[in-house]
Design a protein around this ligand. Structure first.
Ligand SMILES: Cc1cc2nc3c(=O)[nH]c(=O)nc-3n(C[C@H](O)[C@H](O)[C@H](O)COP(=O)(O)OP(=O)(O)OC[C@H]3O[C@@H](n4cnc5c(N)ncnc54)[C@H](O)[C@@H]3O)c2cc1C
Length: 416
């Protein structure tokens, strides 16, 4: 079967690879001149089932409310005249019960754990190097009460396949000697020994090369204008460089998926939530982290990606705006200097901002929809790097009419 994958981010490229490995003839369409140039370009790099908690939680409504009048660097919830944002927010609030938070978190957890296994298989199969560090991740707490909440939440994950450990400051320093100078700042941490880190963009680029080896054709610089349909079938994709037709199509356009799906009568409640990242050269500096983690008090994530230090932060409700200025990064750089003061060339930052394709409940949207030859693989939100391989394999299974290894209940578009 000839399949067109719409989108060459980590989700689209991983899906294309899995489809081609199944023997399909695959083309990937993307508007950029290379793969992985938008949200997959500079994320935190954490492969983090241990940080999978659904954002919609009983505490979230108050946190959103407070951020309306506080100048918060972690969360910038702004009331905008945007009906899609209001509709998304109402659905988000409906998911803020204890029961829904638990169900959504556990659904995401099983997908992340499955994905980690598939990622390992792909890594072996395609001999991929992507600055991977597989020594676990540290979730750092500065405050005792906050740590206790983290420990209480951890039980839900540990009862369902994780092996998270609550650790004291001495153990933090054993695991991350470069935090020795900051030991007194921590109440403790949660250590996720099986979590990992690695460069998502490098992975995407190298998997694309492996995909070409399986016959995948990348049609870059193709801006998708509309998806053309007749009845319940897609007839072609209209792009800036002409029409592209295939037997089947996979929608993997991240935050832009709902815009192109809507004219087909498919309403995807995916909203862009902007995040910021900064990358610093480590070069011959000493004191860079040896494993990645998150400063839970400031919600700053960090990872060492080879000879670079990557930091990310902030959930900003700014619509499709991806602009930034140096002030957007001041908070996360302060945290980095506090944790790893000598780690990198702090005077040579590379800034980036991009959009998390967030569903209001948390899990992505996978599989079939009302258009018979269209498959969905989108809405991975804050966990798209962690979930990519699992989602790709599931969608390839559905295309092949094979039962996926994971129950997809709660992952399809029918839930909305
Ligand atoms: C600050 C930040 C930190 C993050 N940290 C992590 C992390 O540590 N771990 C983790 O698991 N996840 C993380 N994420 C989430 C993860 O990066 C995303 O979920 C993932 O990159 C989404 O991949 P995607 O392929 O769906 O989207 P994208 O990478 O955005 O790909 C979509 C592609 O579609 C193309 N496209 C869009 N519209 C069109 C069009 N009209 N025509 C043609 N092409 C089009 C784009 O060019 C793009 O290449 C983070 C996200 C952010 C913002």
């Amino acid at each position: 079967m000839r399949i067109a994958v719409l989108g060459g981010g980590v989700i689209g490229v991983t899906t294309a690879y899995c489809l081609a490995a199944d023997g399909h003839e695959v083309v990937v369409l993307d508007r950029q001149n290379a793969v992985g140039q938008e949200t997959s370009f500079a994320n935190a790099g954490l492969i983090a089932p241990g940080h999978v908690y659904a954002w919609a939680s009983p505490k979230a409504p108050l946190i959103l409310l407070k951020s309306l009048y506080r100048d918060d660097t972690a969360l910038r919830f702004r009331l905008r005249a945007d009906p899609r944002m209001w509709a998304w927010s109402l659905r988000f609030l409906a998911n803020c019960t204890t029961a829904r938070n638990r169900a959504n978190t556990l659904r995401k957890l099983s997908l992340c754990l499955y994905s980690q296994k598939v990622l390992d298989e792909l890594r072996g199969e395609a001999a991929l190097e992507f600055d991977r560090i597989a020594s676990g991740l540290l979730y750092l707490y500065r405050d005792r009460a906050h740590l206790q909440t983290g420990i209480a939440n951890m039980a839900m994950l540990n009862d369902n396949g994780m092996a998270l450990q609550a650790i004291d400051p001495d153990r933090i320093v054993e695991l991350e000697p470069n935090l020795a100078h900051a030991k007194s700042k921590f109440a403790g941490a949660i250590y996720a020994p099986t979590d990992e880190s690695g460069d998502c963009q490098t992975f995407t680029e190298r998997l694309a090369v492996a995909a070409v080896g399986h016959g995948v054709v990348f049609m870059l610089d193709h801006d998708i204008r509309t998806i053309e349909a007749a009845g319940d079938r897609i007839t072609g994709i209209s792009t800036s460089k002409g029409k592209v037709a295939a037997d089947a199509y996979v929608l993997a356009l991240g935050s832009y998926s709902p815009l192109l799906a809507r004219p087909l009568g498919i309403k995807l409640p995916i909203y862009p939530i902007k995040g910021y990242s900064v990358t610093l050269p480590i070069e011959d500096h000493h004191g860079a982290p040896t494993i990645g983690g998150v400063d839970e008090a400031n919600l700053v994530a960090y990872a060492r990606l080879g000879n670079r230090l990557r930091l990310t932060a902030t959930a900003d409700f700014a619509g499709y705006d991806t602009d930034y200025d140096a002030g957007d990064f001041a908070g996360m750089l302060r945290v980095a200097l506090d944790l790893f003061p000598t780690a990198a060339a702090y005077d040579r930052p590379s800034y980036w901002a991009c959009l998390r394709p967030m569903t209001p409940d948390g899990p992505p949207v996978l599989g079939r929809c009302r258009i018979k030859n269209l498959y969905l693989n989108t809405g991975q939100g804050h966990m798209g790097w962690t979930m990519a391989a699992g989602c790709a394999r599931i969608v390839a299974d559905i295309v092949a009419d094979r039962p996926p290894a994971l129950d997809i209940q709660g992952l399809t578009v029918d839930r909305y």
